[in-house]
Design a protein around this ligand. Structure first.
Ligand code: CO
Length: 210
């Protein structure tokens, strides 16, 4: 057990050596500051490492992860990350990335109690209710699960658009695109769900701020 833990620190030493061997100024340059173009909102699942699956390096992607990649408007953590990324770092793209086989989404489909997390999963259950007609019509349970993962991403993208953070950025003419993707842990492929938004147009009026 001790070995698996100390392995991490050993790996770090090797990684630092590799980096500085190929570029002696690597860390000196990173220490000067960050100006990432992307904000990633993904699942905490250990099989979906944001930088690795997108081939981005340190400094290129601002990252927020939580269970089932949720955009919850009472989550101070998510809102702070979003505000800092949009208002200060001026990221150009916000990507909500779900993944097939998501344990959080699967749990939200069932009736089992898991404890505290049931409150968090309640937000995903709301997505199911919104799309119950479509989901209930899918007989194959795995296909239903996969579609639920996609619909959950689509609703989180919609929830991003509802925030004053995103709407105010668009209002001041900031170039900001929001996207919804799904990652397949079975083959490593990222799929663009084509729910990209560049403005608040065509969103239900009740969500649009003046
Ligand atoms: Co997940």
């Amino acid at each position: 057990m001790e070995k698996s833990y100390s392995k991490l620190l050993e790996n770090n030493k090797k990684w630092v050596k590799e980096r500085t061997d190929s570029d002696p100024d690597y860390f000196t340059n990173l220490a000067k500051g960050q100006s990432p173009e992307y904000l990633w909102i993904g699942c905490s699942d250990s099989r979906v490492p944001a930088n690795e699956v997108t081939g981005t390096r340190p400094g290129e992607m601002f990252v927020h992860r939580n269970i089932a990649n949720m955009v919850v408007n009472t989550d101070l953590n998510l809102l702070s990350v979003l505000a800092y990324a949009v208002d200060v770092l001026k990221v150009k793209h916000v990507i909500v990335c779900g993944h097939y086989g998501c344990g959080g989404v699967q749990a939200a489909m069932g009736d089992k109690q898991y404890g505290l997390i049931d409150h968090w999963l309640g937000n995903i259950k709301n997505v199911y209710r919104m799309h119950a007609t479509e989901l209930d019509a899918i007989d194959n349970s795995n296909e239903r699960f996969r579609r639920f993962v996609e619909l959950n991403v689509i609703e989180q993208v919609a929830d991003l658009r509802k925030t004053t953070i995103v709407q105010n950025a668009w209002k001041r003419g900031q170039n900001l695109h929001i996207h919804g993707w799904v990652y397949d842990i079975a083959d490593g492929i990222l799929k663009d769900l084509d729910v990209t938004y560049r403005n608040a147009e065509e969103m239900h009026q009740v969500y649009q701020f003046s």
